[in-house]
Structure formats: C-alpha cells, structure tokens
Design a protein around this ligand. Structure first.
Ligand SMILES: [Zn+2]
Length: 457
C-alpha cells in the first residue's frame, strides 16, 4: 500500500507539519513521521484528523427518524416513542435492515465517523422465530459496514424481559428475545467468524437492567470472558426517571449503583445514557474508568434529560458520543449539543473546559476520540503506529474553515454552520470518501429509497 502524506495532521502530540504515514496490508499504521517529504506518497488534500467512533447506534432507527414528532393523545415521552418504534420494527425484513444500515453508515462516514458501535437487538423474524441462519440480521449489519467502509463493533443485544426482575417480554419485544443458549450461540458464531478481523470487533450488550436478569447478565459475561476477555460490554443504564424508580422498587437502589456493586465494571464497559445519576454515582463511574456513552441529539429528541457532564469531567471521567436513534448522523451535532446543554444550564460560554485560552472544540474532540475508541474496543482513533489508518480530511477552502490555523480548525468545524466540511475519508488505509463522494453512496441511497418507500407506505 502506498504511503499517505499530509501537510497538517493532528497526532497524539498535537498538530504536526509534513506528516508521512506508512500503512501495512491490513490497514494499520506502521510509521508516522513529521517533517517528512511527500515523494511517491498519496497526498491527503487538507488538514487530517483521526476518525471518531460513534459509540452507540441502533441502525434501523435511521429509517424512522422524524416519525414520532406528532403529538399523541397524552404527554409524549420516551415510552410513547418506543411504542412507535415497536410498531415500525414489525415491517423490517433482513434486506431492509441492510439497506437502512448501509445508508446510515455512509452518512456517518461522510461526516467523520470512521467506526461505529452497533447495539444490535433485532435478532428474530416478525413472528419472533429465529431465522434459519441464526446470524441473519447480524450478518446484514456486517455487510452494511463492509459496503460503507466503516469500522464496526458489533454488539449483539441480550434482551429477555420487559421490566426489572424478569417480567415477561411483551409482544413488541419478540424480535429481540433470545434465551441464554441461543444468545451464547449467536455471540460465539460472531466472535469466531470475526476473530482477527481488523475492521470488525464483536462484544456484547446486555440491553439494560430492565431487560436482563442478574443470572442472565452473569452468564453472558462469563460466556464472553471464555471467548474474548477483552471484548467490550455495553449497556443502557439510567436513561429515564421511571427506569430509576422501577429499579429502586426492585432492588432498593439505582441502576448505576446496582451495576457497580454487582458487575465487574471497568474500562471495557460502556454505560450508555447514564443520564439520571447521583453525585456519588458520577464519581464511582469515573473511578471505574468505564466510558459513559452520551447521545445528546437523541437524548434531547426523546426528552431524556441532561447528563451531569461537568461534574463527570471534574471527576476524571471518560466519555464518548453516539448517534443512538440516528436522528442526527454527525459528530458535529453530538459534540455541539453536548456543550450547548452545559452552556444553557450554567448560563455561560466555554464552561466545559475552563483554562484560559483553551479550545473547547479541541478538548471535546480529543476526549470523545479517546473515549469512543475505548468503547469500540478496536485500535482506532489515534494517528500513531499500531492503530488503524483512519483519516478524516477537512476541506480548508470551505467557508467554515478557510483561513483558520490548524489549532483553531476543530472549533470552526464544531461551531460554524451546518454544511459538512469533511472532504475525504480513508478507513483502514482505503479511500472511502473522495471530494465529498462516498464510493458506495449512490447505490446505498438507491437501495435505501426503495426500502424507505416500502416501509413508509
Ligand atoms: Zn440505545
């Protein structure tokens, strides 16, 4: 594979000039040298950033974005939205899952996400029966990631109950439910198939403490440890006040407190939507070095609430951002709203990172980059040897960025306008987006249009 060359690149040590990247046949960086020459290398035609990981996605929900925005008979909230989602899901065929996921992943890559963590919970057919090929729908997600070029952390979801303490699942949940053995079989097939694949990592996602009983959680963790003791574990944890209240009735304590006391939560874990937490829980999550997964656009759309982000940063917590329901597909919107939520609550500007002169955008990008990569469980998100050659090339002639020094580019990218100034994207050393055009973009859009018309008819 030829080397790549960038006039400006954001390395772990900061912005560097005249950087040459050597990439091996697997798509990993083998050397990164600043102050180098461009002879014979492929030129990256703008400032280069490492790609971000989207740490939380439910791909199929991309096709229902905007469908839940009409007022219902009573107050609308997360739970009424979920009823719409359950009705929508009944129509999804395997090819629909693939078409929607492919379109979504193309959009994510075009906006600068080079990895995605797919919290994948539709496993069964519309009648709740398993497909003849047990990995049918997981395979569709893998196919979508391959077509789009995005790096994938596939997180098959364990979902067995409709409420705390193992309440029987309801009819809307039958496409999600697998017993312990079927779930172990699914995960094992996927782990074995993708072992050593630099573009696909397989972990697990116990859906939530609402949907998984303590014995099932324990069994799933033990099963994963036998297959891959480093694989990531993601869970929805405290998205809704009702969820916290129900957990207290069931266990006498809150979901985060229960989980930290009863599971080996550490840096391989990602706690998604740790929205409703106490100050003690904020400190405890930070001490465990688990990633907190924040999905600002979706959490706003669903009326979930605001995570106490400032307190978590003060405690030294690790975070990343996710697009979750995929009402937005851009890291700009997620990071911008993560910060704007804090500005609105604290009635001030640049409140998330206070040292005088420090860049808020660069700080948010750097932390989300590191936390996202940790949650993905893949060697990505850093332009350094041994990591994936995932480059996001900005268009420095774009009106949002023109004339900016490299050190101010991320602020301009995150806080200026709505147009997308991502010019090129290389994932694992392969060109995926060139001059704004995704290599599979037209086909993905055509397939998605067919599926969307069918689903929405
Ligand atoms: Zn979610």
């Amino acid at each position: 594979m030829p080397d790549f060359f960038a006039s400006d690149a954001l390395l772990p040590t900061g912005w560097a000039r005249d950087v040459r990247f050597a990439v091996d046949a697997r798509g990993d960086l083998v050397s990164v040298a600043a102050g180098a020459t461009a002879d014979g290398a492929e030129r990256l035609a703008g400032p280069v950033l490492p790609g971000l990981a989207d740490l939380h996605s439910h791909a199929f929900q991309r096709a229902m974005a905007g469908l839940g925005e009409r007022a219902g008979p009573q107050g609308d909230n997360f739970w009424s939205w979920r009823d719409i989602m359950y009705r929508f899901i009944r129509r999804l065929a395997p090819r629909d899952v693939e078409a929607v996921a492919t379109q979504l992943y193309v959009e994510l890559v075009r906006h600068g996400f080079t990895s995605v963590c797919e919290f994948h919970y539709v496993h069964n057919d519309p009648d709740g029966e398993r497909y003849d090929v047990p990995t049918e729908l997981s395979d569709r997600i893998v196919a979508a990631s391959a077509a789009s070029g995005i790096g994938l952390t596939l997180l098959p979801v364990l979902y067995q109950a409709s409420g705390f303490g193992g309440t029987a699942p309801n009819d809307g949940q039958k496409r999600f439910v697998l017993d312990d053995d079927s779930y172990a079989d699914l995960v094992e097939r996927l782990v074995r198939r993708h072992r050593g694949d630099p573009q696909v990592c397989v972990g697990i996602a116990p859906h939530s403490l609402r949907a998984v009983t303590p014995p099932a959680l324990k069994a799933a963790l033990a099963m994963l440890d036998r297959l891959d003791a480093d694989a990531p574990v993601h869970i929805h944890i405290a998205e809704q006040p009702k969820e916290v209240a129900d957990c207290k009735v069931w266990s006498g304590t809150t979901p985060v407190d229960w989980l930290l006391a009863n599971a080996p939560v550490d840096r391989r874990w990602c706690l998604v939507h740790a929205t409703h937490v106490t100050p003690a829980e904020v400190d405890a999550m930070a001490k465990r070095h688990a990633v907190v997964g924040i999905c600002p656009a979706t959490e706003a759309n669903l009326g979930d609430g605001l995570f106490p982000f400032g307190d978590f940063l003060k405690a030294g917590g690790v975070f990343g951002v996710g697009t979750d329901s995929n009402v937005s597909t851009s890291p700009v919107e997620e990071l911008r709203w993560l910060d704007y939520g804090q500005r609105l609550v604290h009635l001030g500007r640049n409140v998330t990172h206070r040292p005088e002169g420090a860049s808020t955008g660069a700080f948010l990008f750097e932390r989300a980059r590191a936390g996202g990569a940790q949650a993905a469980g893949r060697r990505t998100g850093a332009l350094t040897p041994g990591y994936r050659a995932d480059f996001v090339v900005l268009d420095d002639g774009h009106p949002a960025l023109v004339g900016r020094a490299p050190e101010t580019l991320v602020d301009a990218w995150l806080y200026c306008g709505n147009a997308n100034p991502v010019r090129d994207v290389v994932v694992g050393g392969q060109w995926v987006v060139r001059e704004g055009h995704h290599r599979h973009g037209e086909q993905a859009a055509a397939d998605f249009a067919k599926t969307a018309r069918k689903l929405l008819a």
